[in-house]
Write a protein that binds this ligand. Structure first.
Ligand code: 5GP
Length: 230
């Protein structure tokens, strides 16, 4: 059975970069390429970042029960095709889904043993800076993304692991540790080496129960009262 990893984050949290780094370091892990009705951005290619389809095509796929989960995000459909899990399983690989909080909830209902990871920006200011700096969105969209981010972050406690993306290299390493630790947990009975035990411990630091305190100041930085006071 493949392990399904779910990674969610507010946009601008650096999730795509982290996920790209992860794929350079970990083998036997497939990326689930989602279907979406939104238009390609910048250098995005059909079949690489997403499969870009029309609303009609997407709705036909819903009717044919081809999705493991799907959701409306920022007014567009996004969905994970069931075939990606089938294909990963056939290859003996694990599967990583980069999906939003609505999709994560649906996956957890279908596959309770899926491992969910929530990536947080260090604070609101940093997120706003990243959103502006990448130069992809208009002012209105940036405002909306910040507002959505606050609501999304409030869902952090539904995830198994919390990863605060402070420094890319360090965070990518933590993400890798979580992925590898879950694989080791699966083969628990086989006995772990000292190195493996250390790796599992490092990953434990990101477990929800260990990370709660770290999240509080981040949540507070998104509190509208704090923002108005600036
Ligand atoms: P973007 O349009 O910026 O690439 O993605 C917007 C949001 O949609 C992100 O939070 C991303 O994780 C989420 N997303 C991408 N693919 C899927 C999917 O298949 N299902 C769901 N539920 N969300 C997705």
């Amino acid at each position: 059975m493949s392990i399904v990893y779910i990674v969610s984050a507010p946009s601008g949290s650096g999730k795509s970069t982290l996920v790209n780094e992860l794929f350079k370091m970990v083998r036997n892990l497939d990326f689930s390429i989602s279907y979406t009705t939104r238009l390609p951005r910048g250098s995005e290619q059909n079949g690489k970042e997403y499969f870009f389809v029309s609303r009609e095509e997407f709705e036909a796929m819903i009717a044919a029960d081809e999705f493991l989960e799907h959701a409306d995000v920022f007014g567009n459909y996004y969905g994970t095709a069931k075939r990606f899990l089938r294909e990963a399983e056939a290859r003996g690989n694990d599967l990583l889904l980069d999906i939003d909080v609505q999709g994560a909830k649906q996956i957890k209902q279908r596959i309770p043993e899926a491992v969910s990871i929530f990536i947080l920006p260090p604070d609101r200011e940093k997120l706003e800076w990243r959103l502006r700096n990448r130069g992809l969105d208009s002012e209105t969209v940036i405002r909306r993304r910040l507002d959505t981010a606050r609501r999304e972050i409030e869902n952090y406690s539904k995830y198994d692991y919390i990863l605060v993306n402070n420094l890319l290299e360090q965070s990518a390493d933590q993400l890798k540790n979580i992925v590898l630790a879950e694989r080791l947990n699966k083969k628990r009975g086989a006995g772990l080496s000292e190195d493996e035990k250390r790796l599992v411990e490092t990953a434990q630091a990101c477990r929800l129960d260990q990370a709660r305190e770290q999240v509080q100041p981040i949540l507070a930085s998104f509190n509208p009262q704090t923002v108005d006071g600036n």
